[in-house]
Design a protein around this ligand. Structure first.
Ligand SMILES: C=C1C[C@]23C[C@@]1(O)CC[C@H]2[C@@]12CC[C@H](O)[C@@](C)(C(=O)O1)[C@H]2[C@@H]3C(=O)O
Ligand SMILES: O=C(O)CCC(=O)C(=O)O
Ligand SMILES: [Fe+2]
Length: 337
């Protein structure tokens, strides 16, 4: 277990709402779709999971265990440093170390984090002042992990294209494979939050509800729970932690490219009262100049495109002006006649 020092509570954090309806929904939920990548033909299962939940869990993923362990060790080492050292790797503008403040528009969470680009290494400069020569080691460990997770993400995207009967198998994966792919890597550390244990049994928000803007997100965490997803009826479901598996989210861009057939899942993280949560997320995005629009083969019969075409640059620019919980795709939806 990762046990790191906890920061003082200095700000007001919202609390997730718990209702009887949410408890009932949790009881009827069949569980997070589980896809074993070593089994033949997971295409149909993958498509179904993306349509129903926009979220699934993957086992037999092929990401080397040593790569996961080394990255976790580096992350624990970094987040254990004194705040005065960690803040030298900030601010997250948009890459670097951040503490409690998420984005630029007033969102806060019980979380500290590191954000990196994956296609240019400039986000590592801030590290050299803290880690010295070890910064190079940190960079190698992150690069090795990201390469392995990106490979898995591309394989999943190719199976999804096959499952959707898209002629071009790499219609989605080529965007992540592109040298200019605007992908992001994030390490999140949620310190335990015991101060509120007695208040009313509820946990605070670690990372507020949102959808991910990119094509696909691949998340791995330690064995501390906290991640929740929103079902279509709006009820929240806790995702049991599993440090040996990966969790995959459909992002807004994939929802658009599939003309709304796949759902960009709303998710959030609640804090744990006694254990710290450490998560590592790869957000696979397209090049900035890429035009995002529904693939023609996915617009059925008389159906119209639900979205106006936009470039990833345009989407990102508007996303970074939004609050976490905003419906970022709203601006790009076509108004039904
Ligand atoms: C409040 C914000 C943080 C965020 C940029 C934004 O303005 C809206 C989207 C947020 C999000 C969510 C998914 C990823 O964690 C992230 C890196 C991304 O691409 O979009 C974050 C952004 C962030 O933390 O900078
Ligand atoms: O840390 C987690 O488990 C999820 C965080 C998340 O959704 C994000 O960083 O976009
Ligand atoms: Fe997210």
């Amino acid at each position: 277990m990762v046990v790191l020092s906890k920061p003082a509570i200095t700000q007001h954090f919202s609390k997730p709402k718990h209702t009887a309806a949410a408890a009932a929904a949790a009881l009827s939920f069949p569980g997070v779709p589980l896809i074993d990548l070593s089994k033949p033909d997971p295409q149909t299962q993958l498509v179904k999971a993306c349509e129903e939940f926009g979220f699934f869990k993957v086992t037999n993923h092929g990401v080397p265990i040593h790569s996961i362990r080394e990255l976790e060790a580096q992350a624990v080492k970094f987040f254990s440093l004194p705040s005065s050292d960690k803040s030298k790797a900030g601010p997250p503008d948009p890459f670097g170390y951040g503490d409690k403040k998420i984005g630029l528009n007033g969102d806060v969470g019980w979380v500290e984090y590191l954000l990196f680009t994956t296609n240019n290494q400039s986000s590592y400069h801030k590290f050299s002042s803290i880690f010295g020569e070890a910064a190079e080691n940190f960079r190698c460990v992150v690069n090795e992990y990201v390469a392995a997770v990106k490979k898995m993400a591309c394989e999943i995207l190719e199976m999804l294209a096959e499952g959707l009967k898209i002629q071009q198998r790499d219609a989605f994966s080529k965007l992540l494979m592109d040298e200019q792919s605007d992908s992001v890597f994030r390490l999140n550390h949620y310190p335990p939050c015991p101060e509120f244990k007695e208040s009313n049994g509820r946990n605070l928000i670690g990372f507020g509800e949102h959808t991910d803007p990119q094509i696909i997100s691949v998340l791995r965490s330690n064995n501390t729970s906290g991640l929740q997803i929103s079902l279509k009826d709006g009820n929240w479901i806790s995702v049991p932690a599993d440090q040996d598996s990966f969790f995959v989210n459909v992002g807004d861009s994939l929802q658009v490219m599939t003309n709304g057939r796949f759902k960009s899942v709303k998710h959030r993280v609640v804090t744990n009262t006694s254990k710290s949560r450490l998560s590592m997320i790869y957000f696979g995005g397209p090049p900035l100049s890429e035009k995002i629009a529904p693939l023609p083969s996915l617009i059925k019969g008389e159906e119209d495109s639900l979205y106006k075409e936009f470039t990833w640059f345009e989407y990102k620019k508007s996303a970074y002006k939004s609050r976490l919980a905003d419906n970022r795709l709203g601006l790009f939806e076509k108004i039904a006649a």
